[in-house]
Design a binder for this molecule. Structure first.
Ligand SMILES: [Zn+2]
Ligand SMILES: [Zn+2]
Length: 208
């Protein structure tokens, strides 16, 4: 297993346990582990919760990921996708450790609200997302995919979309795999259909 696969196992174990909690609504991997990067830096998880009633259990499940990897963060969000804070890494929170010395750590226990953390949702969700589990009929995160600029997800297939050609007005299909190909290369979506692309390309050639 490469490092990415290893961290993914940790994330899936966490999701399997946490999804049974009453307060849990959705769990996703964000950042490099969700993408194809074989050497991700850390494991960042998002858990959307109804309330913080079970944060101590969520924190316990999070700490159990440390047997695979210590560099994890679990970010808690409410149903409206507002950040609530992240899980404190300590077994006892609030405690004497440096982690809990952040003002706001441990209120409630196991919640770490970092006053330095400036939340910019577009930055936060800039990297790929892999929704591991959702209680909603459609993922709360992926429902805001376009708005937040979420680029990729593994579990949820990227759906084919139809685009109207700016030259001939015909609609053409921009398939899921084409979208991934374009996204990986940072290209914007095509504006012209295959025929028109070919035609303008030919014209370009004949014009010299
Ligand atoms: Zn703490
Ligand atoms: Zn066309």
């Amino acid at each position: 297993m490469n490092k990415n696969e290893n961290l993914r196992v940790a994330a899936e174990e966490f999701a399997e346990k946490a999804q049974k909690l009453l307060s849990a609504l959705e769990i996703a991997i964000v950042g490099s582990v969700a993408g194809d990067d074989p050497h991700p830096n850390d494991l960042d998880l998002v858990i959307i919760v109804r309330n913080l009633d079970e944060i101590a259990i969520i924190a316990k499940y999070a700490r159990q990921m440390s047997k695979h990897y210590h560099g994890w963060e679990v970010f808690l969000f409410d149903e409206g996708l507002m950040p609530l804070g992240r899980v404190c890494h300590r077994r006892e929170c609030p405690g004497q450790s440096i982690d809990c010395s952040v003002p706001g750590c441990g209120q409630p226990p196991y919640l770490r609200v970092d006053p330095e953390f400036e939340y910019d949702e577009k930055m936060f969700f800039k990297s790929p997302i892999d929704v591991l589990w959702t209680s909603f009929s459609m993922s709360r995160l992926l429902a805001r995919k376009d708005e937040l600029g979420i680029v990729e997800s593994r579990r949820y297939p990227v759906l084919d979309i139809e685009i109207e050609c700016i030259l001939c007005g015909k609609t053409f299909v921009f398939t899921g795999s084409e979208q991934k190909w374009y996204q990986k290369r940072g290209l914007s979506r095509p504006k012209r259909c295959h025929d028109c692309r070919e035609r303008t390309c030919m014209e370009g050639l004949s014009n010299g």
